[in-house]
Design a protein. Sequence first.
Lengths: 231, 86
Amino acid sequence: MILVPTHVPEAFVSMYLPSIYAALIVGFIATMAIASKRREIHILILTDVVGFAMIMVVAAVGTDLAEALILPGLVVELAEIMAISEILLSREMHKIEANPHKKLKKSDSLLPMPFDFDLEIMHTSPNFIALLLIAYGIFLTGFTGGAVAGAGLIIYILSRKARGLPAITIAGLGGVSGISWCLWIIGFALLFLVPGYWLIGLLLAACGLLLKVASKIGLIGAIMKEDIDRE
Amino acid sequence: MIDVQLFFYFGIFLTIIGSLATAWGPGVNDPVVRVFNAEVASIGVSIILLSYNHVLALLTLVAASIIMSLILFRAIIRLEEMGADV
């Protein structure tokens, strides 16, 4: 027997089983392919497909809560792929450095051409645009606000001459991330423990999510900046 | 009027075909081809989310899959320039 809440539309209920079976098939195909591969970068790409199966299982429920649960799933998957690709790169680098017959070239970057044009607008406008975007993001709060504020951070980092990123900045962004998780958890717990204070719980969770997403997107901008600065 | 179910089953079809192509499709020994095939599966999941009316999840999936493919391309390019076995 399957317990279905009354507010789930009839169409979504009939779509539940096909979606679950399709997700199982996709997950099976991807894990079989992972099991038969030896090279790590291929396994990393196939992990992406396993993530799609996970999203389909969550989406099959069809409620608003399921939609809300897809967002952190996607963000966690993104962070995981970022971290594993960095680990993979540094491991290969160590392997090649240990081999005396191979020379490690220094010129590796995302862009095929050096990216060093110097426009007037890159010196004058970023302060204003970044401030505007961050202020609007703080006004929006929540996931969307985090994305808008993060876009402001990316514009600032990409166009200013912030070459490299000191270790203290990365540690600071990690600290902000931790504080924002605490805010989010406290807000979420308040919703259940003292439902009368739902507004402050909601605001705490929204501000936590804002800080979290903005700092994540800012980190992605820092990585891209390192790539672009290399000549 | 086109039925929503049609979109839903088309999304499932695209996702399964895309994951099959990512796993054993033509030319997947090149990691770049594999990333492109994974994009087909991501479009299928987008259509499924669209038929469920999950707008926010759909927008996040589109943004996240773009960033994911950028990260994967960066990793592939760096590995190839290092001369690693990809």
